[in-house]
Design a protein around this ligand. Structure first.
Ligand SMILES: Nc1ncnc2c1ncn2[C@@H]1O[C@H](COP(=O)(O)OP(=O)(O)OP(=O)(O)O)[C@@H](O)[C@H]1O
Ligand SMILES: O=P(O)(O)OC[C@H]1O[C@H](OP(=O)(O)OP(=O)(O)O)[C@H](O)[C@@H]1O
Length: 218
């Protein structure tokens, strides 16, 4: 009998980009989470199901074994740095970068090399604090849950730490990137006990994903 496998992932861009990877492992969801309100999606394989959750909840579900595997952004994993998981594979999807940004007007006369104390609005307080602490810069952090680009426009903070991919959101809000913190992509994460107890199934799945990522990336 095959091991039952539960995979956690978020809807939206991660789900869309994960579909070809899952297909390479012969996993095809029977529903589209954009069309359905179902939180558990069956697949063509009776032993494999997907749970559809918030991107930031993926590490929690996998750490506690509510899902055996998951797909999580490196941003989420760095921010939730104490979560205990295996992270065997960079899936190469959800590619973007974590940056410090500020209004173009401020950037024109600003020099990050002389910053001593900065006020930052961000969804990523741990990453932000760590980045600036390494450079000996004190931070006042305003924690937000989205739309960080608004903060400097209404005087909540001078600067933000956020993800950038095309740069359109920064540009349309008159902001520019002033520091690159790190590159981001989505990772496969695996529950530690499941990796032992369901080793054959999980190992086979990792191999299919790895082959697709390495030899046939999207
Ligand atoms: N503009 C982007 N381009 C590419 N990848 C991105 C971009 N923005 C975010 N990501 C990646 O996709 C992941 C999921 O982002 P998404 O916007 O779907 O969820 P979220 O709204 O950030 O999460 P939550 O609902 O938990 O707050 C992020 O954790 C990040 O790794
Ligand atoms: O450089 P770009 O291609 O414009 O992408 C950057 C935007 O993408 C992400 O937001 P997302 O689309 O996830 O919206 P939300 O997190 O505010 O819901 C990120 O927080 C930026 O706002």
């Amino acid at each position: 009998m095959k091991d039952p496998i539960t995979i956690a992932l978020s809807k939206g861009r991660i789900f869309k980009e994960a579909l070809p990877l899952l297909a390479a492992a012969d996993i095809h969801p029977l529903d589209d989470p954009e069309q359905s309100r179902k939180l558990i999606l069956d697949t063509n394989r009776p032993e494999v199901r997907l749970v559809i959750i918030r991107a930031t909840d993926v590490p929690t579900y996998v750490e506690y074994g509510a899902a055996d595997l998951g797909i999580a952004g490196r941003d989420v994993l760095l921010e939730q740095h104490t979560v205990d998981l295996y992270e065997p594979l960079d899936l190469g999807i959800g590619r973007c970068r974590m940056v410090v940004a500020e209004p173009a007007g401020l950037a024109a006369q600003d020099d990050p090399a002389v910053w001593e104390r900065v006020r930052i609005a961000t969804k990523y307080p741990h990453i932000t604090r760590t980045h600036f602490a390494r450079k000996g810069i004190q931070t006042e952090i305003i924690k937000l849950y989205g739309s960080m680009e608004l903060a400097p426009l209404v005087g909540l903070s001078d600067r933000i730490v956020d993800l950038v991919s095309t740069g359109v959101t920064l540009r349309e809000n008159g902001l520019v990137e002033v520091e690159h913190i790190t590159d981001i992509s989505s990772r496969l994460v695996v529950n530690k006990a499941a990796m032992k107890l369901k080793h054959r199934s999980i190992h086979a799945l990792i191999q299919h994903l790895e082959k697709k990522v390495r030899y046939d990336p999207a």
